[in-house]
Write a protein that binds this ligand. Structure first.
Ligand code: TRP
Length: 469
């Protein structure tokens, strides 16, 4: 059979920017701080870092290797090596849909805040929290912003992977980084900021439970875009001469670096303003505008630029999720790119509207005890990604030929990877055991028991019917 030449990243930097763009997003700046806040701060952060640096890097190398080896996106990659694992790829596609069920809602909030920065958001710091609450619970505005954000995703992915998004990311990701540095600088010099630094860096392990570990694992996977075949898909477009371990290391360090910086930007200011750390999902949208408000006139401009950069960071992540679904439809169903994107995007319009409305109008409607937004969020973050990572580790460790892996990771022996055996044994033994323990401990102690059972049942059903997929 004749093989079509696969699309490729424009350049080495192009791939790195795309993979880092996928990783760095709302997960780092919106989600990480509030997860840390809700889970007691530094002990959570230490566990998260350990998971990211040991489990995260190893899984990322695995995903890159499988993607590049097979030159196929998640489902096809699994299927072409071992049919029994097809369902792990399908679980990834489902995860992409579920994450895209709530991610564009928050992306829409970020976009809205660009404009709100200019229209009086910062004029009265005392009501910034109320403004956020009023905004996200209303029925029209957030839905409209979500749809605009989603439309941007659809337009970008319809054009193919290595288009304008690479260029936008190249300028705006560094901008975001510089702004975070600036905010962090302001934040730590506010009077009373010390309590925030203690919260971030003085660990108190007494409050750590099974939930803390599961939350930290989920956060590590979510933030690094792992456990659902996203990096398999991106790896499938990766040139044969790239060094996989060093790319994985760079992406992981950038990603955790940005998350930590976001924490340093937010918590000192939060304590300085006398707020509680466990305020939940509104954290960045409430604390960051307050920091800018305290800067006077120039704060307005900084705030607008910050939310532009946050929107772009969100966009470079969400396009990678849409790409997972699109690549599946192209590779496995033989669809055209445009048809794939529009179909997937159409479904996401519906889930996005339901998620957004679940903050207000539809807050009374629950599934397994949670609203639509939380349903998508908890299901992916607390089960699907962890189980997806577990399946990937088992697959790579036990069902892929070790020689093939070594060949792929060392580019046919042309580059050295001294830690190959350490990596291999980590993937084969350490990660499956670690994830299993964390998942069992976490799922047992979680509040949303019926939701967890539902999630596990979904995975079971996929596994049983996978031969048909
Ligand atoms: N990592 C992104 C963020 O931090 C979100 C994301 C993109 C993602 N692709 C993913 C999460 C794949 C899990 C899996 O915002």
């Amino acid at each position: 059979m004749e093989k079509k030449q696969r699309e490729n990243w424009g350049s080495r930097v192009g791939f790195l920017m795309a993979a880092a763009g996928s990783a760095v997003g709302l997960g780092n700046i919106w989600r990480f701080p509030y997860m840390a806040g809700d889970n007691g701060g530094s002990a959570f952060i230490i566990i998260y870092l350990a998971f990211a640096l040991i489990i995260g890097i190893s899984i990322m190398i695995s995903e890159f290797a499988i993607g590049r080896r097979t030159e196929l996106a998640a489902v096809g990659a699994y299927k072409s090596i071992n049919k029994n694992f097809t369902f792990a790829g399908v679980l990834g596609v489902l995860s992409a849909f579920f994450i895209m069920g709530f991610y564009p809602v928050v992306g829409g909030w970020a976009l809205a805040y660009v404009f709100k920065s200019f229209t009086g958001l910062l004029s009265n710091p005392a009501v910034i929290g109320d403004i956020f609450g009023g905004f996200i619970t209303s029925s029209f505005e957030p839905v409209m912003w979500m749809l605009i954000f989603l439309a941007m995703n659809i337009a970008i992915v319809a054009k193919g992977i290595a288009g304008g998004i690479e260029k936008a990311g190249k300028i705006l990701m560094p901008t975001l980084f510089v702004l975070l540095l600036l905010i962090a600088g302001r934040s730590v010099t506010l009077p009373g900021a010390g309590a925030g630094l203690d919260f971030l860096f003085k660990p108190d392990f007494s409050a750590v439970t099974g939930q803390t570990y599961l939350a930290a694992l989920g956060q590590a996977f979510f933030s690094l875009s792992l456990g659902m075949g996203c990096m398999i898909t991106y790896g499938s477009y990766l040139g044969k001469s790239e060094n996989l371990p060093s790319n994985a290391l760079i992406v992981t360090l950038m990603d955790t670096g940005v998350a930590l910086l976001a924490g340093i930007a937010i918590f000192p200011a939060l304590f300085a303003f006398g707020m509680e750390p466990a305020v939940g999902a509104g954290l960045v949208f409430v604390v960051v505008p307050q920091i800018f408000a305290a800067m006077g006139g120039i704060g307005t401009l900084f705030s607008a630029i910050f939310f532009v950069a946050l929107t772009v960071a969100a966009l470079t992540s969400s396009v990678s999720l849409l790409e997972v679904v699109t690549a599946y439809l192209i590779d496995q169903r033989g669809w055209e790119r445009k048809k794939s994107v529009y179909t997937a995007g159409g479904i996401m319009v519906v889930t996005g509207i339901l998620s957004s409305l679940s903050m207000g109008l539809m807050s009374g409607f629950t599934m397994f005890g949670v609203g639509v937004f939380d349903f998508f969020d908890i299901l992916t973050d607390k089960i699907f990604l962890a189980i997806g990572g577990l399946l990937l580790a088992i697959f790579v460790g036990w069902f892929v030929d070790k020689k093939d892996l070594e060949d792929e990771i060392t580019n046919g022996g042309t580059i050295k990877f001294g830690l190959f055996n350490v990596w291999y044994n980590t993937v084969k033994y350490v990660i499956p055991v670690a994830i299993l323990i964390v998942a069992v401990m976490g799922i047992i102690s979680i509040e949303q028991t019926s939701l967890m059972i539902f999630g596990l049942a979904v995975i079971g059903v996929l596994a049983i019917f996978s031969k048909k997929l």
